[in-house]
Design a protein around this ligand. Structure first.
Ligand SMILES: C[S@@+](CC[C@H](N)C(=O)[O-])C[C@H]1O[C@@H](n2cnc3c(N)ncnc32)[C@H](O)[C@@H]1O
Length: 277
């Protein structure tokens, strides 16, 4: 299957892996049949690899809706995005739609356009919701945000139509139970925090605590027992190193693109964990 280099993340997403693609390439299996990514987020790895057959998932239903609308309704989505203005009044009116009764009556295209617009114009491009699931990132005051990135939207739409990509929005464990042996699974869960204040886990309501990290490791053990290859990213902490001590661990350097604390921007260590050589 040919690769289109314009296929790239449409949304800026916490933990985006675009800058790590070249580091990942030599760590991937030589041959990938079906590709499975249960924590899709911005989709940097999916769009970088462009597998012909894929199963992708994220528990964030608004996010998965964005991909479905890009696949099925790219023209209408682009048309709708073109009319949004980059001013605080429009931003807060669009952002606060999820607090109003009308929200449940928005069309899929309107909901997807809202998420893309907010992602481009909100502070730091950070998708963040409060306990009630309401988008609460403030206005970003960017001079010229690229609200309608038409070439990327069209390229992603073309890829999602050309390939056989199954999209779901459920808990990752539900995706993993069904994957057949020949599947390669890439897991990019919300990271275990490096310090008590570092918080990369708040972008889906519910969060991902230590017990969740253990539950994920147990799922990885299960994949291994079934002979399914997996590669997992997480932060470089003692806890994660201990949890995956039985596996092949490679430390890599990553540059964070989303971090609310400016002086913590820069290079941090991450781990790539694999059950194959
Ligand atoms: C680190 S991000 C993925 C980043 C992505 N690989 C990229 O390149 O942008 C983790 C994702 O996991 C999702 N998530 C959190 N808990 C989940 C769960 N239980 N099942 C599936 N997805 C979940 C979040 O919504 C978030 O989008």
């Amino acid at each position: 299957m040919h690769k289109n280099f314009s296929v790239a993340p449409v949304l800026k997403w916490a933990g985006g892996k675009r800058s790590l693609l070249d580091v990942f390439r030599p760590l991937l299996p030589k041959r990938i049949g079906t590709y499975c990514e249960p924590f899709l987020g911005g989709g940097a790895v999916l769009f970088g690899l462009q597998p012909a057959v894929a199963v992708v998932n994220d528990i964030n239903a608004e996010l998965m809706l964005v991909y479905r609308v890009i696949r099925d309704e790219a023209d209408k989505l682009i048309e709708m995005l073109s009319v949004f203005g980059n001013d605080a009044e429009t931003f807060y009116a669009v952002r606060d739609l999820d607090r109003a009764e009308i929200f449940s009556r928005l069309s899929d295209i309107e909901r997807a356009a809202r998420i893309i617009y907010l992602n481009k114009t909100c502070y730091n491009g950070l998708y963040r919701v409060n306990g009630a699931g309401q988008f609460n990132t403030p206005f970003g005051r960017y001079r010229k945000p690229n609200i309608v990135n038409e070439p990327t939207l069209r390229a992603v739409s073309e890829y999602l139509n050309r390939a056989n990509v199954v999209m779901t929005s459920v808990d990752y464990a539900q995706v993993l139970v069904d994957v057949p042996r020949k599947t390669f699974v890439y897991l990019d869960p919300p990271y275990h925090p490096v310090s008590a204040t570092a918080n990369f886990t708040a972008y889906a309501s519910g969060g991902f605590n230590r017990d969740e990290q253990i539950r994920l490791r147990d799922c990885c053990d299960d994949l291994s027992e079934r002979g399914v290859k997996f590669m997992l990213s997480n932060s470089d902490t003692e806890f994660i190193r201990e949890l995956y001590a039985a596996y092949n661990i490679t430390p890599v350097k990553a540059r964070r693109s989303v971090n609310s604390v400016a002086d913590r921007r820069g290079s941090v260590n991450e781990l790539v964990i694999r059950n194959y050589d």
